[in-house]
Design a protein around this ligand. Structure first.
Ligand SMILES: *Cc1c(COP(=O)(O)O)cnc(C)c1O
Length: 395
């Protein structure tokens, strides 16, 4: 039924699993037959405080039974409070523009950088350098910013000018010219393979860019909202970027995106906008999500969960070296490199059968992005099911 409807009435842009999830409790999902699945994906890093989170549901209900939306032509109290909260948690002197998704946040960041390049220099600076294997979104501009040739198909050309890609940080320096306005990177490449950048290299780059008056944009759409163990991966890397984007985990499942910047006066009236961005629904939800996550961090719970998860993944790796070649990632953004893509495909398929949901990243990385509130019992059960799946596949 659901399969037939989906195939007939929904554009087929994703190859899907036809399971009909009916309810969720933290990191556990139940399908229509009450079969349970341990969710190590959290909807690709979105459901940061788990499924069916009661206090978030309550806040959303209270908000939408009053005002859901009023437009950005009026001040919105939870939006202003969320901006304040982001500034406080980031420990930076920043203000935020609210959007609805990661791609839209990155579009906003690129627009902001372009304005900087247009207005601050004698010549026009507009070029943005990104890294290979990056992922920045699916709009025409952000797909162009994404450093994956396969995504720049002629089907969608022509693309906007001014984007180039380097395979590593060390090579960014030589591709900078006097038209370069910004460098945009993820500190831990998510879709590219859960690959963290080297801290010292990032700090040196940040220092160099500051000296040259070139903006540093950090795409924290996946790493933000405590995914790496700190509010921002930026905090972990101890840098001061010009622009940070967030989305996925920020709303706990409610669509929200954020362009966070130290250049607070660069955008002026009319430069940018969004009908839905930062409305009462998304910002009230996000405020509650951040309250929960901040408490989870401050109480030491999050760090405990991270080290518990790390131990589990390490022993899985040690016990299955004929399948995995290494572990990667930071915080609760973790991966295991699989010896080849076919083996990874069978692991994903068999794990699903065994009742544990996992993700792929890049060609051969098994990726895990559990809810930050996942319990030790859920972690134990998920790894047990994954072990069962591994015992069933050809080695
Ligand atoms: C998911 C992701 C995006 C795109 O976000 P959408 O909400 O799907 O538009 C951009 N950058 C990174 C690093 C992401 O992980």
């Amino acid at each position: 039924m659901i399969e037939q409807l989906d195939k007939e009435y929904v554009l087929q842009t994703y190859p899907r699993n036809y399971v009909n999830f009916k309810r969720g409790v933290n990191a556990t999902l139940f399908d229509e037959n009450e079969k349970d699945y341990i969710d190590f994906t959290s909807g690709i890093g979105v459901v940061s405080v788990g499924h069916g989170n009661e206090s978030v549901a309550k806040k959303i209900y209270e908000q939408v039974s009053n005002i859901t939306h009023i437009s950005n032509l009026y001040a919105i109290e939870p939006q202003a409070k969320l901006g304040e909260k982001i500034a406080k948690l980031s420990k930076m002197d920043v203000a935020t523009f609210f959007a609805n998704s990661g791609a839209e946040a990155n579009e906003g960041a690129i627009k902001l950088a372009r304005k900087y390049g247009e207005t601050k220099f004698d010549n026009k600076r507009y070029k943005v350098i990104t890294l290979e294997h990056s992922f920045h979104g699916r709009t025409i501009t952000t797909v162009r910013a994404t450093g994956q040739e396969a995504m720049h198909t002629d089907n969608f050309s022509p693309y906007p000018d001014g984007f180039s890609y380097e395979n590593e940080i060390a090579n960014i320096y030589k591709s900078i010219d006097n038209e370069t306005v910004a460098v945009m990177i993820e500190l831990v490449q998510g879709e590219g393979g859960v690959q963290p950048l080297d801290k010292k290299e990032v700090q040196d780059l940040a220092k160099f860019l500051k000296e040259k008056d070139i903006l540093l944009i950090i795409d924290e759409v996946q790493t933000g909202a405590y995914r790496t163990g700190e509010f921002l991966a930026t905090n972990l890397y101890d840098i001061q970027p010009d622009i940070i984007t967030m989305a996925k985990g920020l709303g706990g499942g409610v669509p929200i995106g954020a362009v966070i910047t130290t250049h607070k006066d660069l955008f002026t009236y009319g430069d940018h906008g969004s009908t839905f961005g930062g409305n009462y629904l998304s910002t009230a939800a996000s405020l509650e999500v951040l309250d929960i996550l901040e408490r989870t961090k401050d109480s030491g719970e999050l760090d405990k969960t991270i080290s518990y998860f790390e131990n589990k993944i390490e022993s899985l790796f040690q016990n299955n070296k004929e399948i995995f070649t290494s572990t990667v990632g930071i915080g609760l953004m973790k991966g295991l490199r699989v010896k080849d893509a076919d083996t990874l495909a069978s692991i994903l398929k068999e794990s699903f059968e065994q009742g544990v949901l996992l993700l792929r990243a890049g060609k051969n990385t098994l990726r895990m992005l559990p809810a930050l509130t996942i319990t030790n019992d859920e972690i134990d059960e998920g790894f047990k099911r994954l072990e069962n799946a591994l015992s069933k596949i050809a080695k």
